[in-house]
Design a protein around this ligand. Structure first.
Ligand code: NAP
Ligand code: ZN
Ligand code: ZN
Length: 347
């Protein structure tokens, strides 16, 4: 077994603390990764605090993982020892259903083994995530990362990057398109960078007036402070696509109103409480309310290659493991700039 040092939550209310456990020895199609950096996603917080339902403790969160391959199984072809590698939000799926065959393993109809807070395909072995020194993963679920890039700024691409890239691609964020981004946090700041890199004109909707200069530096042309209802009125019928990354419950109607006829409001933020939608806010203008969950392995690799080519990386604050709990508090307060990344040497 491989000894892993980690940080884990032991209950929904306890702070995360040091924890050690064993990773499996590599099977023939596994690689073992020595983790270098691990991003902090708001989903980690929702999960460990039980906001999305019960979870098994201890829970080691983290699904924005980058590191170096230190061992490979006998049949591994894609990786050799020393290669850089990334792991995102899931580590296995059935491989046989229509979703898996269509390269959308995150929508596996049998079982997606999420990186943490889930189980392996046996339905019982708990999965543990990236706030740890090592991880053993099937090579099929490991991403290739090119050398010569700032590795700590690539970690957040594995969730925040792909989660925003996927709906931007699917619903169209190229040249001539007007794209809104709601919430300037981890996902939101990646959405701005990616939409801009795809050629769209970007408008940020934020509750934080202090983020305006950053929004513009990240690539936004317009910045709208949503706490002032007047400012939203000026946006009626103007956007082709809005990606909503807000982590808490909020009124969707101003954003549906900001869409052109046939426009799409794509929810990626996953507030724990249900939302209310007025039928007329969709009917009037044939609006589409959509959702999107991360992205499949193939699309995630495409996103990483796109980011390498366009030099799109996350804006991060690098922290030692001992600061995870403080980072959670700042993230919940909307004060993240714009992703916390843990230095895995400090576990
Ligand atoms: P984050 O860094 O905390 O950013 C969320 C942003 O939303 C905040 O910075 C804030 O931006 C805004 N916000 C927070 N509370 C708000 C409120 N009460 N009303 C209005 N705006 C508020 O979180 P994240 O890591 O980007 O994740 C965002 C959400 O996406 C979470 O719910 C997470 O679980 C979910 N998620 C979904 C997927 C998926 O596959 N669909 C993947 C990853 C994460 P401003 O200060 O600009 O207002
Ligand atoms: Zn995430
Ligand atoms: Zn499947």
């Amino acid at each position: 077994m491989i000894h892993a040092k980690a940080y884990a939550a032991t209950s929904a209310t306890a702070p995360l603390g040091p924890y050690t456990f064993q990773r499996r020895e590599p099977k023939s199609d596994d690689v073992v990764i020595e983790i270098a950096f691990s991003g902090i996603c708001h989903s980690d917080i929702h999960t460990v605090r039980g906001e999305w339902g019960d979870v098994q403790y201890p829970c080691v969160p983290g699904h924005e993982i980058v590191g170096r391959v230190i061992r490979v199984g006998k049949k591994v072809k894609k990786f050799k020892v020393g290669d850089l590698a990334g792991v995102g939000c899931f580590v296995d799926s059935c491989g046989k259903c229509a979703s898996c065959k269509g390269h959308e393993e995150q929508y596996c109809q049998t079982h997606t083994a999420f990186t943490y807070g889930s189980t392996e395909m046996d339905g019982k072995t708990p999965t543990q995530g990236g706030y740890s020194s090592h991880i053993t993963v099937k090579e099929k679920f490991v991403l290739k990362i090119k050398k010569g890039q700032p590795l700590e700024r690539i970690a957040p691409l594995l969730c925040a990057g792909i989660t925003t890239y996927s709906p931007l691609k699917r619903f169209g964020a190229g040249k001539g398109r007007k794209v809104g981004v709601v919430g300037l946090g981890g996902l939101g700041h990646m959405a701005v960078k990616l939409a801009k890199a795809m050629g769209a004109e970007v408008t940020v909707f934020s509750t934080s007036p202090t983020k305006e200069a950053d929004a513009r530096r990240l690539g936004a042309k317009n910045f709208v402070v949503t706490s002032d209802p007047q400012s939203l009125k000026a946006w009626v019928g103007r956007l082709d696509l809005i990606v909503d990354t807000v982590s808490a419950n909020h009124d969707l109607s101003p954003y549906l109103g900001a869409l052109k006829t046939g426009g799409v409001l794509a929810l990626v933020g996953a507030a724990p409480e249900p939302n209310q939608v007025q039928a007329f806010s969709l009917i009037s203008g044939r609006k589409i309310l959509a959702g999107s969950l991360i992205g499949g392995m193939k699309e995630t690799q495409q996103m990483l290659d796109f980011c390498a080519k366009k030099k799109v990386f996350a804006d991060i604050e690098l922290i030692p493991a001992s600061e995870i709990n403080a980072a959670y508090e700042r993230t919940v307060r909307g004060q993240v700039k714009y992703r916390f990344v843990i230095d895995a040497k400090t576990f």
